[in-house]
Design a protein around this ligand. Sequence first.
Ligand SMILES: *[C@@H]1O[C@H](CO)[C@@H](O)[C@H](O)[C@H]1NC(C)=O
Length: 441
Amino acid sequence: MPPLSTASAPATHQLRLWWRRLGRRGAAGAAFGAALLAAAFFLTLSRYASVPSTSSSTSPSYGHRLPTLVDLTLVDGAKDKGAVCLDGTPPGYHWLPGFGDGSDKWLLHLEGGSWCRNLTWCAQRKKTSLGSSAYMERRAEFVGILSDDELQNPDFYNWNKVKVRYCDGASFSGNVEEELQDGTSFFFRGQRIWEAVMSELLSKGLSRAKEAFLTGCSAGGLSTYIHCDDFRALVPKASTVKCLADGGFFLDVEDVSGRRYMRGFYNDVARLQDLRKKFPRCSSNMEPGQCIFPREVAKGISTPMFILNPAYDVWQVEHVLSPEGSDTERLWESCRLDITKCDSKQLETLQGFRKELLDAISEYKKRKDWGMFINSCFIHCQSMNALTWHSPSGPRMNGKTIAESVGDWFFNRREVKEIDCEYPCNPTCHNAILSQAYKEE
Ligand SMILES: *[C@@H]1O[C@H](CO)[C@@H](O)[C@H](O)[C@H]1NC(C)=O
């Protein structure tokens, strides 16, 4: 095992999020006043994504030690396969070997970080870790579902764990041969990156996995829906393989101005990286962007999946429901950053958003081997930090933390189909209060 380290947080931590814990008495509006500030910590915010994905060493730690830091490995021979990041550099991953009876079990996490929809934006991205391994941190903290601390990660702590870095801009799904776009060099090779990383991990022991778990958050959650069955096919037939998408159920809904902003966004991504061909089952009368939404993608998945998603995913509230361009009068400015600042009409809109999510996942509720945990919290990416994944003060449903619920489902200890009542009914929520600096595009 790599040595423990006391290194400071990676430089990408830009966003300070404050978590406010509702009082035990919960529901009444007055309770907000008495809300108590339980903990504060930093989340990674990729500049272009506004997608928090990992917590830093300043997080409260419920293990008795600092998170393990895991070195970055660049994929061997990736350039020869044309499996490269947006800027042509090789892709990478962080591998923490398993131990004890976890030695032949593998948990992969696909990193998130939004998408780039046009060349201007992809050009910016080339100068960040989300488009180039030249900018990736050399070591990553393994926390939450990636933690090797039994107290923080009771069911998976001793598994092999891999954080796969995201640097293609389109959820590991593009595969465009041409390098030049409008005279500038861009590589849209996410699909090849997926294949190259998997092939390297297979040679390191994944090919002999007894149990395997593909996970990812945000854009990485979408990647998980997209690649779950591909992953299943790589691992021995006799092994147990399941997938978990965290905060990745993006909805094709109208925003506060009545536009389908997210569909337009996905249409751009799909056209730019020619994604349509990755989804041959998607109906031909659909716009290319429609094929990418999890509601569509999940229809074809035959591997057991766990949908972990807050009903009011903050990233979606900010970028799908009330994107800045659709809120010209800036009515949503404070509500989108802090759910306690929403007026009754906005709360009604948020409840409508929750209903759309429940409607979209209803057909997956019927699948016996699927699991879900849809808590009514104002948050994003709950598997990627100690507090929300598994801690005495973390979010719960049915008395269980997210880690316990996911473990119960993975190991068939019980059926897990948890759907929370409406906000603000769940007193265990950690609702994010985003700073004004939290801005995209
Ligand atoms: C490119 O995308 C960015 C961010 O998504 C957007 O703000 C900008 O208007 C787009 N530019 C063009 C030329 O479409």
